[in-house]
Design a binder for this molecule. Structure first.
Ligand SMILES: Cc1cc2nc3c(=O)[nH]c(=O)nc-3n(C[C@H](O)[C@H](O)[C@H](O)COP(=O)(O)O)c2cc1C
Length: 370
């Protein structure tokens, strides 16, 4: 009942008020509020009582990590690592920090964030705004985490990084900084698919990806690594990337990142015309993410764990990704449009959907459409 009420109040009162203000400002204020709330045990207990819906059916152990439910916060919302102490209380099963890069970056020129309500999308042009690996690792190493924390690592967004070799070295330095900090209950996301960076460096070709992953293998990291994949590449291009990934010490892949195609049918063209530089999250990413999850699952189900990400606004959306082959799912945009109670709603409804289909655990539903 309280979850339902929270959603009703958010969608009818809170969201219309928040949407009157600049998106970047609202985001900063909300993450500050989340960080503040995470410091108070009574507030955490209060939220836990409302939003945590533990269920044996939703629990899984993946790559040696225990996930109490499959719904995670995707990379890009908590790039300053402010929310790790409150995400579990809202019901998340895991949460990503970053993307973090070896050197800090102040962000692309504003606006870095925009809203496209008719398209149920956000316009993103941050370009890896973050405090740098050293500062974030210092913060994280002091903390305990109730849920697994994904540390998303990418290439520093700088005009000074001009070659592939320099970019690989930069990413490896960031990995080493986190490895030396012994961060608890965590895994890595290697983001090779940010569309908003300086320069022409790309890890999409087999040769470049191979060169990067050889260096990653060499440092022998202690935690699982999942690669954040692009969604704008063709099936053949993605299969070529997966062929490389499957031969390295990589646990899985995340499908996927933002939508670059401004003609995507989910985008309202009037809203697109008013949008500046950047790429789109939310519904424009949904279908292609599902297609790529299925594509990867068909061929690599035994070698790679798949995390589904893109356009999840409901339990049905999450379940479609799971049935296509995703073991876990992540979201941002759905939470912004539907409200923070969406995570609990998805977990409650997912349990029902899984039971309805006659499965004893979510892992049995993974890939059941394929
Ligand atoms: C504001 C914002 C910032 C993002 N920044 C990152 C990022 O730093 N690293 C990354 O891997 N993905 C980033 N993304 C992409 C998301 O992680 C996700 O792949 C995409 O938004 C699709 O999920 P959604 O539709 O649930 O938002 C960002 C998305 C948003 C909305």
């Amino acid at each position: 009942m309280l979850i339902f009420l929270t959603g009703l109040i958010y969608r009818n009162l809170v969201k219309p008020a928040l949407f009157l203000f600049d998106a970047e400002l609202v985001h900063t204020k909300f993450t500050d509020l989340g960080e503040w709330m995470g410091k108070y045990i009574f507030l955490k207990r209060f939220f836990s009582k409302i939003f945590i819906k533990d269920s044996e059916i939703l629990k899984q152990t993946i790559s040696g990590i225990e996930f109490r439910n499959p719904v995670g916060l995707a990379a890009g919302f908590d790039y300053e690592a402010k929310l790790t102490q409150i995400l579990p209380q809202i019901g998340f099963g895991f949460g990503t920090i970053g993307t973090i890069t070896n050197n800090p970056y102040c962000g692309n020129p504003s606006p870095m964030l925009g809203r496209l309500p008719k398209s149920r999308a956000l316009l993103v042009n941050k370009g890896f705004k973050n405090d740098g690996a050293k500062k974030v690792a210092e913060k994280l190493k002091e903390l305990e985490f109730d849920i697994p924390i994904g540390i998303s690592i990418g290439r520093t967004n700088s005009r000074d990084l001009t070659t592939q070799t320099e970019s690989v070295a930069d990413i490896i330095k960031a990995f080493k900084t986190f490895e030396q900090s012994y961060i608890k209950n965590s895994y890595y996301e290697l983001n090779i698919s940010c569309p908003n960076l300086f320069g022409d460096i790309s890890f999409y070709s087999s040769e470049n990806l191979e060169e990067l992953l050889i260096e990653v293998d060499k440092i022998n990291v202690s935690k699982p690594i999942f690669i954040k994949m692009p969604i704008e590449k063709t099936n053949d291009e993605v299969l070529a990337m997966l062929e490389v990934i499957a031969t390295h010490s990589i646990d899985g892949v995340i499908f996927g990142n933002l939508q670059k195609d401004r003609k995507n049918p989910c985008l309202d063209q009037e809203e697109v015309a008013k949008s500046g530089k950047g790429n789109f999250s939310g519904k424009p990413t949904y279908d292609r993410s599902n297609e790529l999850i299925a594509l990867a699952y068909k061929k690599y189900r035994d070698k790679l764990v798949i995390i589904g990400c893109g356009g999840i606004f409901s339990a049905e959306d999450a379940y479609a990704k799971i049935r296509s082959g995703a073991s876990l799912v992540q979201l941002i945009t759905g939470m912004i449009y539907q409200g923070p109670q969406l995570i609990a709603e998805i977990n409650i409804e997912l349990e029902k959907l899984i039971k309805h289909d006659g499965y004893a655990n979510i892992s049995e539903a993974v890939g059941s459409d394929i």
